[in-house]
Design a protein around this ligand. Structure first.
Ligand SMILES: [Fe+2]
Ligand SMILES: [Fe+2]
Ligand SMILES: [Fe+2]
Length: 322
């Protein structure tokens, strides 16, 4: 059999983004009720309409590649990134966690469409490339919108309660995220199969260890107990953010997309931690979050910058596998 052709690869990328849109749609239907703020709810509602269109557009592109609906079902069953689905099905229990989850998910979509456009271009499918570019713009706009809502989502999560009482929880949640990230980054260089991405993972792994130390020190300064950190780690599994880490990404492109989304999970968590801490008059904790945030942002941008070489590695590998 000839090596997996680019157009076969393209169908796989289309199938993956289609599955993402189906899951996004389920989330967007629930999100307005959980948002806790009218502006945030309206943004989710508007993006639900966009998401419906994305799903239809991608279904249409799949059809253009003779991937009939039944074939689509078939492909869904074989979805390589099942962790994405687990992640998509997460059930955030506060407006803040909903926003963090959505912020991360929109960035994952943004990355997926960025990659899809590149694959479509390589396959000479200008129409799919144009559709990908258009949808990517809407995912990015939604991500930026959520990124402008942190004050609102923090207020909605607190809903009148004392911010000081939540700092330890936020710190413990951040600690749980960093612990999972560290594990992912530890495996990362092997999975990356791209020297530039492997190097980024290695560097960020070292930064992540430092973040863990900063969080631990702050927790103990505040008199928090180690058991709280353990509770948070369990809760993390409970909201199913663990989907990210349960996944076994099968190509370097997926590893990069995954890691990019994880960084935005962290960014969302720290954006809300620093605001909650400032509301509580806890400047020390705010400083910890403000120290860590630039590292997460930089890591995300560095990862994004590797997409083209990561795609070389992914497509090349598939071609060799045949
Ligand atoms: Fe979408
Ligand atoms: Fe989206
Ligand atoms: Fe990170």
């Amino acid at each position: 059999m000839a090596p997996d052709s680019l157009s076969e690869q393209l169908v796989k990328y289309l199938t993956d983004v289609h599955a993402m849109e189906v899951q996004a749609l389920a989330q967007m239907r629930k999100a307005p009720d959980l948002a806790g703020d009218p502006d945030v709810a309206a943004a989710f509602e508007a993006h639900r309409v966009e998401t419906e269109r994305h799903e239809a557009l991608i279904r249409e592109r799949l059809g253009a590649h003779d991937a009939a609906p039944s074939r689509v079902e078939d492909l869904l069953g074989k979805l390589s990134g099942k962790g994405f689905l687990l992640f998509a099905q997460a059930n955030p229990d506060t407006p803040g966690k909903l926003a963090t989850h959505a912020y991360s998910y929109e960035h994952m979509e943004l990355a997926a469409y960025d990659l899809l456009e590149r694959v479509a271009q390589r396959a000479g499918d200008a129409e799919t490339a144009a559709v990908a570019r258009e949808i990517r713009g809407e995912e990015e706009a939604m991500a930026v919108r959520i990124g402008g809502f942190w004050d609102k989502t923090v207020a909605a999560s607190l809903s009148g309660r004392d911010p000081g009482e939540h700092i330890d929880d936020y710190l413990a949640d951040a600690h749980a995220l960093e612990t999972q990230s560290a594990a992912l980054l530890d495996r990362g260089p092997k999975l990356a199969d791209t020297p530039s991405l492997a190097q980024i993972f290695e560097n960020h792994h070292a930064e992540t260890q430092r973040h863990l130390e900063l969080l631990e020190r702050r927790l103990s300064e505040r008199g928090g107990s180690p058991s709280r950190v353990k509770d948070a780690a369990l809760k993390l599994g409970g909201v199913n953010w663990s989907g990210f880490w349960a996944a076994n990404p099968d190509t370097p492109a997926k590893v990069a997309m995954f890691a990019y989304a994880v960084e935005h999970l962290e960014i969302g968590a720290y954006e809300q931690l620093t605001r909650t801490a400032r509301l509580a008059g806890d400047g020390e904790t705010a400083m910890v979050a403000d120290t860590i945030l630039p590292d997460e942002r930089a890591a995300a941008e560095f990862i994004f910058g590797t997409f083209d070489s990561v795609l070389d590695a992914s497509l090349g590998e598939v071609a060799q596998r045949g």
